[in-house]
Design a protein around this ligand. Structure first.
Ligand code: GDP
Ligand code: MG
Length: 444
């Protein structure tokens, strides 16, 4: 778990609450913290350097608002600049006036191209009433073609039949011919990927680009990518004319630094984000949210809004009281698990809090496998009252007893305790931020 930028800067600016303007020394100290925060969020180093240099010019000499501390003010400057850089011109997928529009998806293997192809197909079909054809150009892995066909069945979108031995560029051409003849509006071209960049892959996407002349070429990139984001983006950028980025696995734990890296290196907008494995887990990109996430603040505002919508009023109040007292024990976690059992879409909520993403994932799995949450609850209910109140006393022998009692393993117990510690830390952080009046000032 990381210190949020707010916490870092709080330390830097301790005792400096009365300064009228941000002087160079203050700013330098603050920027050192910003730099670390960005690196921890996995923003690539060259991008961090550039960002910090740019920020320096903006921050020096700024007047500190009376209602906030210098630390908060710097966070605000950083946040706004981040959001600005991530956002730029907001754009969705561009469709040609004269169909068919060809959209090519490129990226490393496992980045989520095929899934995203299915998601985009569904979105275009349902939201924009487009007639969509999908084609798999992944000729090396027959399973990849089946995967796309399956997705096609699921969303009710046609998939081009594959002809054994046909090279990718020929498949692309055939897809476009079929589209023209049969009145498809959009052709989605799902290309092959590699685990790492190689010349063969780049030559292949270049050939496909030349054959299909796509109006959109989307780089699909995993938001978990760290320092490699720059190299990946640069290489694809050099090979083809990228028009946008789709960031996947934004539902996970990643701090989202890849978003800034990709955006900076390519200069292309992030058009969509993938927030889950399901086919409707594709959303418009909100620069503001990712900026919060990069800064490690969690999306506190949305969190509160969502919590208000979903939690029953009484539960929310109880939790609020616990937060205010800074007490959060295993009984509360159990209570939350029970809530989660009832709630859909909770993984999304968890995903907004850095560090809780994992729990969100578990919740999600639990939706398919009811047993998972049942197991967590069984573990907690095998504990004594004292253990639930003071989990720190649960050492080896107690763990064994609890595991036996709940029909689980010591590993399961450890996993649960780890989750609890993470949740507890997050609760403390939320509490701290509340105290500093962050939300009152409308700061991130
Ligand atoms: P490709 O090799 O680039 O075509 O990647 P795939 O589309 O086959 O995706 C690889 C794995 O990532 C699959 O298990 C997908 O379900 C998963 N995946 C793709 N996008 C997302 C996403 O936004 N969130 C999550 N959690 N999983 C995703
Ligand atoms: Mg694929």
């Amino acid at each position: 778990m990381f210190d949020s930028l707010q916490e870092r800067l709080g330390k830097v600016f301790e005792g400096l609450s009365k300064v009228g303007t941000l002087n160079e020394k203050d700013v330098d100290n603050a920027l050192r913290e910003v730099r670390v925060a960005l690196l921890e969020a996995d923003v690539a180093l060259p991008v961090v350097k550039q960002f910090v240099a740019d920020l320096r010019e903006r921050a020096v000499g700024q007047e500190v608002l009376r209602s906030v501390t210098p630390g908060q003010q710097v966070v605000k400057i950083v946040h706004d600049r981040l959001a600005e850089m991530l956002g730029g011109e907001q754009s969705e997928i561009q469709l040609r006036k004269e169909p068919p529009t060809a959209i090519m998806l490129v990226g490393l293997q496992g980045s989520g191209k095929t899934t995203t192809t299915g998601k985009i197909a569904k979105r275009l079909k349902e939201k924009q009433k487009q007639k969509v054809l999908m084609a798999s150009l992944d000729v090396r892995r027959p399973a990849a073609q089946d995967q796309l066909r399956q997705l096609g069945w699921q969303v009710g979108v046609d998939t081009l039949d594959n002809v054994p031995g046909e090279p990718p560029k020929a498949i692309a051409k055939r897809a476009l011919q079929k589209a023209a003849l049969e009145g498809y509006d959009v052709v989605l071209l799902d290309t092959a990927g590699r685990l790492s960049i190689d010349q063969e892959l780049m030559d292949e996407v270049k050939e496909v680009e030349a054959a299909a002349k796509p109006s959109e070429t989307l780089l699909v990139a995993d938001s978990m990518t760290g320092q490699d984001a720059v190299t990946t983006a640069q290489n694809f950028q050099e090979a083809v004319e990228l028009t946008g980025i789709v960031l996947t696995r934004v539902d996970g734990d990643a701090r989202g630094g890849a978003a800034l890296s990709m955006r900076q290196v390519t200069g292309r907008p992030i058009k969509l984000i993938g927030v889950g494995e399901k086919l409707d887990a594709l959303e418009a990109f909100h620069p503001d949210r990712i900026a919060n996430r990069i800064l490690g603040m969690g999306d506190v505002v949305s969190l509160v809004e969502k919590a208000q919508e979903s939690f029953e009023e009484e539960q929310a109040q109880k939790l609020q009281k616990k937060l205010e007292k800074g007490k959060f024990d295993l009984d509360d976690l159990a209570q939350q698990f029970r809530q989660l059992q009832k709630m859909g879409g909770m993984q999304e909520l968890m995903g907004m809090i850095p560090g809780l993403g994992k729990m969100g994932k578990q919740v999600k799995n639990a939706q398919f496998d009811e047993k998972a949450i049942g197991r967590q609850l069984a573990i907690i209910s095998s504990m004594t009252k004292n253990e639930r109140r003071r989990p720190e006393i649960i050492k080896a022998s107690r763990k064994q007893r609890i595991a036996r009692g709940s029909g689980t393993t010591v590993q399961d117990v450890n996993k649960l305790l780890k989750q609890f510690t993470e949740a507890q830390r997050m609760m403390k952080r939320v509490k701290k931020m509340g105290k500093k009046g962050l939300m009152r000032h409308g700061l991130p």
